[in-house]
Each structure stands twice: as structure tokens, then as C-alpha cells.
Design a binder for this molecule. Structure first.
Ligand code: MF3
Ligand code: CO
Length: 257
């Protein structure tokens, strides 16, 4: 069953989402050559604390940190470490979530470190665009797989691949609620979207083939072919006025994610 949230619940989810937005912005400003992913973890811990929000990932199925920081060929769930230092030309995917007042927010973005190869720049742009196109499908009366399908279409049209092993999800009083929101599939399938439904939509896109494997640390997912990967995510509500991005201020225009 997909739980629909009331207007008051969506406001509560927006409060959680704005904490996620603020923390990811702090991280965006901190990211530079020489910084370690453990430094970024500490910034995320401090940011959540200042908002009195509970980081959602730490302890989730035993995950050891509040932040996922995945570099280059790492797709998702990279564990912050003092030994992972960012270098010019890298890309880093930062995924962060909190619980505030009983409701969750979850978002991610991929950032370039200095100048990156043009094809990696294309990967980031196309992945971000695929999320925009997916968000535009979050309207009453559309079908769930309309979201999935538009991501796959846009990504494959540009010669990249969508990851199959990890998917987006419903979100609300739990970080992961029904339904799964895959980044691939035929349009026009699955439940019709209704006002108050909320989805964490999160395309994960590889420059090469779609294959991924999980490293011995049991968390870090990497591309099997070593190609670069990108990840963008927002928590988005279905409303009668169209999509409401809960992990961003209402009045933001022209945001890069
Ligand atoms: N955005 C990811 C998700 O929705 C983050 C989960 S990481 C975990 O699944 F550590 F919490 F598992
Ligand atoms: Co998520």
C-alpha cells in the first residue's frame, strides 16, 4: 500500500527536507581537492546536529556513517574514510537523509572536483536532467512507471546506462516505504499517482555498462567495468499543483540540483 500524506504531513516532510538541503549545500561548499570523505562526514554530523535532526542512514541495516560518499566508479553507499582524499578531476556523489519530527527527507547529488573530463561532465548533466524529467511526471493521474521510463529513455538516448540493482522508493514516516521506484521500465504501468504520495526518486547512471558489484566492505557499490557513475536524488510529493520538491526551498529557481 502506498501511504498518502496530508497537507500538514507534507509540511513536516518539507521541514526534514530543508535540513537535507542545507547539509548538502554545506558539503557542496566544502568539497575541494585534498579534503577527505571523513571530513565531509563530520560536516554532515554537525549540520544535522545544528538542526536537531536525526541522521537517517547511521545504523540503518548496520550502515556505519551518516553520509554516503561515493567517488568516481563508486555508484552508491561509499563509506566515509580518512584515507579517501578528493583529487582534481574526481566526481563525488553525496547522499544524505534525516528524520525530523517523525518524517524523513532523502536527497543526493554528484559534484565535480575542479575540472573533469567532458564525458564525465555529460554524465552528470544527463543524470541530473533525467531526475528533472522524472520529477515532471510526479502528477496526479500519471502512472508510477512513467517516472521510471522517462529516466531510462533519457539516459540511454545519451549512451549511458541505468543501474538496476538499486531503486528509488516511497518515503514518509519511514525512509523506505512502498513502492519501489526503479529507473527503468515501460511507461503506463503500476499504480496511478495520487495527491499526497511522496517518492524519493534517485537515478543512478553509469558512463559504461549497467553492471554493479558490492565490495568486501559489504556497502560500497562500484561499476563492474570501472566506468564513472553519477547519482542525483530528491524527495518529491504529488500535489494538485504539480510536483513539490520537498528537499529544496519552495522559491528556489534554476537550482543545479
Ligand atoms: N538514499 C539511499 C537510499 O535511499 C541511502 C541509503 S544508505 C543507507 O537507500 F546506509 F542508509 F542504507
Ligand atoms: Co533514497
Amino acid at each position: 500500500m502506498i501511504v498518502c500524506k496530508s497537507a500538514a504531513e507534507l509540511e513536516a516532510m518539507h521541514r526534514a527536507g530543508l535540513v537535507v538541503w542545507d547539509v548538502l549545500n554545506r558539503l557542496r561548499q566544502a568539497v575541494q581537492p585534498g579534503i577527505t570523505t571523513l571530513d565531509l562526514e563530520r560536516i554532515a554530523v554537525q549540520g544535522a546536529k545544528e538542526h536537531s535532526a536525526r541522521p537517517a542512514f547511521k545504523g540503518y541495516r548496520g550502515y556505519p556513517c551518516v553520509l554516503c560518499a561515493s567517488i568516481n566508479q563508486e555508484v552508491v553507499h561509499g563509506i566515509p574514510s580518512a584515507s579517501r582524499r578528493l583529487q582534481e578531476g574526481d566526481v563525488i556523489s553525496l547522499d544524505f537523509g534525516v528524520e525530523l519530527g517523525g518524517y524523513y527527507g532523502d536527497a543526493a547529488l554528484t559534484l565535480p572536483i575542479g575540472t573533469i573530463r567532458p564525458e564525465v561532465g555529460d554524465l552528470l548533466r544527463v543524470t541530473r536532467e533525467s531526475l528533472d524529467k522524472a520529477i515532471d511526471k510526479v502528477r496526479p493521474g500519471n502512472r508510477l512507471s512513467d517516472i521510471s521510463s522517462v529516466v531510462q529513455q533519457w539516459v540511454e538516448k545519451h549512451g549511458f546506462s541505468v543501474v538496476r540493482e538499486f531503486v528509488g522508493h516511497g518515503i514518509g514516516t519511514k525512509m523506505h516505504e512502498e513502492p519501489n521506484v526503479p529507473n527503468y521500465g515501460e511507461p503506463g504501468r503500476g499504480p496511478r499517482l495520487e495527491e499526497g504520495m511522496v517518492f524519493a526518486i534517485e537515478p543512478m547512471v553509469n558512463a559504461g555498462g549497467p553492471g554493479v558489484k558490492v565490495l568486501d566492505d559489504k556497502w560500497t557499490a562500484v561499476t563492474t567495468d570501472g566506468s564513472c557513475s553519477a547519482h542525483f536524488e530528491h524527495t518529491v510529493a504529488v500535489t494538485s499543483n504539480g510536483p513539490w520538491i520537498l528537499t529544496r526551498p519552495r522559491d528556489v529557481v534554476g537550482a543545479s540540483w
